[in-house]
Design a protein around this ligand. Structure first.
Ligand code: MLT
Length: 403
């Protein structure tokens, strides 16, 4: 008789953003006249830029011609894209990463969920609290979480690193040494960032203890201040302890076309095995490569015109971020993030819980955000707004909230 993976039954009934979508859809169905502004999920709203669209069109045309048609993509990614990434995202920043250490994929969400598969079930993981829920849920599915305590909102076998106002929304080095450490900077959900010196401490800690850092840098394009590292490989020694995840979703607006990549330096060796070869084996077995058309679009992101257009997209969203941040602050809200990240993290007013505030904003202001507690227990009493909305709607949403 077939048996299910019992670890799946431990999960909350639905993924955070699915729960929010269901609530919003139900409200919208009951109140069809409501003009709802969505600043919840971090999904982009600007169209793909002309250079990207041009690259997509010409790649589509190539697929229509027998002499340029492509079938299966190389499972680790086309060389033209891997080289463009290595040159522009790494070598240009002084990071020693080669094209063949880059694994192209359909996005950082999949990679951040799948990467745990190459590690044994008995690894102890540490996550920031609040945290992007994919890291936790996929470890629950893999049987690494232990049991859930509804009273604390924590899994018994996961090490939580509280990121609170007192810690500047940054994690502190855990006393109990984890095997795998998930870090995300600029941070989702809080928008906090880490300096290069502070990140170096994590790299040193991981190398000293034999831990691996899974570093999610999906939001690096939003860094506006100096001394904030764009890649963990800017730190010395990261080649032996860090895996980096990147996305084309947030910088170039690929949420609907899907493209990302994972970097695994060949120097990371665990129990005499190079993680690079394990991930290559996994990728080759389970994945047939991101579509040629999309990889050509990814390559165009690194052209001179592409870079300029992408900068324009990021600036557009960061104008939204400044508007949200400045106006909420002026209205007396306690806010953070929004300077090096497209997320604004605000304290809920009057001691409301995160979900109460979500319901209040949805029903009274017709504005959707994300309840902080959905990201972990330390997110309770906080709320996340995304800067990825349309500029006019963002202004309208902020004005409604402040009124
Ligand atoms: C978010 O809203 O946290 C992100 O959009 C989720 C994601 O990128 O998968």
């Amino acid at each position: 008789m077939a048996k299910i993976n019992k670890d799946y039954t431990k999960l909350q009934s639905s993924y955070l953003f699915s729960t929010i979508a269901k609530k919003v859809n139900a409200y919208s169905a009951a109140n069809p006249e409501a003009d709802i502004i969505r600043l919840g999920i971090g999904d982009v709203t600007r169209p793909l830029t002309p250079t990207i669209i041009g690259a997509l069109h010409s790649a589509v045309d190539e697929m229509a011609d027998a002499s340029t048609f492509r079938g299966y993509a190389p499972d680790l990614g086309y060389d033209f894209l891997r080289s463009a990434i290595a040159d522009n995202d790494y070598k240009a920043r002084g990071c020693d990463i080669d094209a063949d250490e880059i694994f192209v994929s359909d996005g950082a969400k999949s990679d951040s969920g799948n990467i745990q598969e190459i590690f044994g079930r008995d690894n102890k993981i540490a996550v920031c609290d609040p945290v992007y829920p994919v890291y936790v849920d996929t470890n629950v599915m893999a049987g690494r979480s232990g049991s859930f305590d509804a009273a604390t909102g924590k899994w018994s076998d996961i090490i939580y690193m509280p990121c609170t106002k007192e810690t500047n929304f940054l994690p502190e080095l855990p006393d109990k040494v984890p095997d795998l450490i998930y870090l995300c900077f600029p941070n989702n959900p809080s928008g906090a960032t880490i300096t290069k010196a502070a990140l170096q401490e994590w790299v040193d800690y991981a190398n000293k203890n034999g831990s691996i850092i899974i570093y999610d840098a999906a939001y690096e394009a939003y860094i506006s201040e100096a001394d904030i590292p764009h890649s963990i490989y800017e730190c010395e020694g990261a080649r032996t302890c860090a895996i980096e995840l990147r996305s084309f979703s947030k910088n170039a607006g690929f949420t609907g076309v899907r493209l990302g990549f994972t970097v695994i330096p060949k120097d990371i060796v665990v129990e005499d095995v190079a993680l690079h070869s394990l991930w290559a084996r996994r990728h080759g077995t389970k994945y047939n490569g991101a579509p040629y058309i999309i990889q050509r679009a990814g390559e165009a992101v690194y052209s001179e015109a592409g870079k300029k257009e992408i900068r324009g997209l990021v600036d557009y969203y960061m104008n939204n971020a400044s508007y949200i941040y400045n106006n909420l602050k002026a209205a007396g809200y306690e806010v953070s993030g929004g300077v090096n990240a497209p997320y604004i993290w605000l304290k809920t007013p009057d001691g409301m819980t995160s979900w109460d505030y979500f319901d209040y904003l949805l029903t009274e202001k017709n504005v959707v955000g994300t309840p902080g507690s959905g990201f972990g227990p330390s997110g309770e009493g906080y709320f996340r707004l995304t800067a990825f909305g349309d500029a006019n709607k963002t202004i309208e949403a902020v004005n409604r909230i402040c009124k």
